[in-house]
Design a protein around this ligand. Structure first.
Ligand code: ZN
Length: 322
């Protein structure tokens, strides 16, 4: 890592002259010591969308992280993204869609149960002026803990008590099947058990949908299998505008958009995950669609540009007014 010295920064007479003319700072304000709320609001047609940050997890990774690439290639990609070699930056951004008729939450964050550096969704809901009791529906993309744990708090109480919970039928069928649980490796069994902790006592409040159907006017679900068998993405349409919600089609774009062929160890079917990623990314790039990804850096929305070897994510510009 390079360290900038005052001397190297001030090399050159113009900079030296500028520095000589600068007045000394007189401020002695105490440091705030906390981050600001992670809330980003935008519009799709008449719908008002609120991206809510739940925080970040640095997922430990090993040299087996990408089974179909050498670890030296992976290290090269991590270097290019300014990431360490032993952890994958995994931010979490949920999305609330106000259709004018309904308040719909897409995925629920970690519920403060994944990493100490995540679990700030409720603080950000408050900062955004959204009462969890006002959420009409929760729509889940897939059953990994970072997407469903925020249905409940640590004490097993519902965080959004009035929301209907809508889940992809194929996802429920796969994960709630005890034969699949029994056949799973030990680490994956934890995922199956977590799903039972979340869903068993609220099963009657859960509605299954078939990907391909609308879950609300203007919110279309689309099958996107691979990451998990029932993994689902969402197309939001209002007026002449649309947004594709990519869920976990790719994790951090600096790694997986740039290397769309990489199969992650945590994908249930790596080849299907790659096929789904390329299909959706090609479509988004060709149609210049606005997209958002659950693990893209906050505020998580932007565009995808096709490059010679993959895709590049171009973040949106922050807009202070809607
Ligand atoms: Zn995820």
């Amino acid at each position: 890592m390079s360290v900038l010295s005052r001397r190297s920064l001030l090399a050159g007479s113009a900079a030296a002259t500028l520095a000589a003319g600068a007045a000394p700072a007189a401020a002695a304000a105490p440091a705030a010591g906390t981050a600001t709320p992670g809330v980003y609001r935008y519009r799709i047609g008449t719908f008002e969308l609120t991206a809510l940050y739940d925080g970040i997890w640095y997922r430990p990774i090993t040299d087996k992280f990408i089974p179909n690439a050498s670890f030296s290639e992976v290290e090269h990609a991590l270097d290019a993204a300014f990431m360490p070699h032993d952890r994958l930056a995994t931010p979490f951004t949920t999305l609330i869609v106000n259709t004018g008729q309904k308040l719909v939450l897409l995925d629920t964050g970690t519920g403060g149960q994944i990493a100490p550096s995540a679990g700030v969704l409720r603080d950000n809901l408050a900062a955004a002026g959204i009462d969890p009791k006002a959420v009409d529906a929760i729509v889940i993309s897939h059953f990994h803990p970072d997407h469903i744990n925020g249905i409940k708090d640590k004490d097993n109480e519902l965080i959004f008590p009035n929301a209907e919970i809508m889940v992809p039928g194929p996802e429920w069928a796969y994960w709630m099947d005890d034969a699949n649980l029994n056949a799973a490796p030990a680490e994956l069994k934890l995922t199956f058990r977590n799903q039972r902790r979340i869903f068993t006592d609220i099963a009657r409040q859960v509605t299954q949908f078939e990907p391909g159907k609308d879950v609300a006017p203007g919110i279309l679900t689309l099958p996107a299998p691979g990451h998990t068998p029932g993994h689902t993405v969402f197309a939001i349409h209002s007026g002449d505008q649309s947004l594709m919600v990519l869920s976990d089609t790719a994790q951090h774009p600096a790694v997986f958009a740039r290397h769309p062929d990489w199969q992650a160890a945590f994908d249930i079917d790596g080849a299907a995950a790659v096929a789904t990623r390329k299909r959706l990314f090609d479509r988004a790039a060709a149609d210049r669609m606005l997209v958002t990804g659950y693990h893209f850096p906050f505020p998580a929305c932007g565009h995808l540009v096709k490059t010679a070897s993959g895709y590049e994510h171009v973040p949106v510009e922050w807009q202070p007014k809607l």
